[in-house]
Design a protein around this ligand. Sequence first.
Ligand code: GDP
Ligand code: ZN
Length: 311
Amino acid sequence: MSASVTTGIVIKTTGSCHTVKVDSGEVLQCGIKGLFRTKGIRTTNPVAVGDRVDVAIAEQGRGIIVNIYPRKNYIIRKAINLARESHILAANIDQAFLMITLKSPVTLSMFVDRFLVTAEAYRVPTILIFNKTDLYGPMELGMQYDWISAYTLAGYPCHTLSLINGKGLEEIRAYLPGKITLLSGNSGVGKSSLVNVLDPFKNLKTSEISISNKSGKHTTTFPEMLELSSGGQVIDTPGIRGFGMLEIEKSELYHYFPEIFKYSKNCQFYNCSHTHEPGCSVREAVENGEIAEMRFLNYLGMMEGVNNKYR
Ligand code: GDP
Ligand code: ZN
């Protein structure tokens, strides 16, 4: 008996069952053969959504994962009750959409900056999307102006969107083809609404999954990759607000604020923390408006965080 081996991408994984879409387009339910380890961390799951794998086709619709290709990046969450182990949520992410709303609900800038710090650490380029602009009055529009100025100075692409009237949608769509995009943001900001608008086939897919589930319900705890009819894939991480834990040394925090890092090169002291030292180019840039005060204050807030570590 000789099984043919083919390459594909993991689009869903629940425990020991992994759904792989192979390059021919076929979708296979797969188990795993052998031990796969992730360098540097202890993980509870060997394979994650977004992994590129080789599959030996065993029989109709079934296969065995025999190889996992090295990951470009991955995001993790600490496993429940297992302090030393991590769970890989998704791998090979090309970019993240961080959805923000300045009304109903209000997103906190600290939430945004914590997310961005982690995204920098994971090397995931992030695009900020200000949604629900149809609800914004003068106050929210003023805030939006300030936030977009701040994050543009930091180097992040910013876009405004209303899923109610469709304004801004084409700019968002343009990011998606050929990429794996992680969709993030607080609950209620419009992530599911965006997926529904992007891909009219998504509802169909969800009901297919519901049928195949024994419980008859679409489980929402596992990240899932949704293929867009226009090309590209979106990873929806239900119930996961950010990227999950990551420990960053205080002394290195400024590396993950791109604009602070840029100005830090001119600080008088090589180990400047940008909090109080004389000759600090970062604080000078804040005073000159080249770094947004909002971002700098959040940097200071994180520096004051507990235990010498920020999570
Ligand atoms: P999720 O929790 O991030 O997936 O958010 P949902 O997609 O479930 O959206 C939460 C609520 O906000 C729903 O009632 C949506 O209809 C509504 N919503 C989404 N986008 C917009 C928008 O652009 N404008 C307004 N006014 N409501 C929106
Ligand atoms: Zn400094």
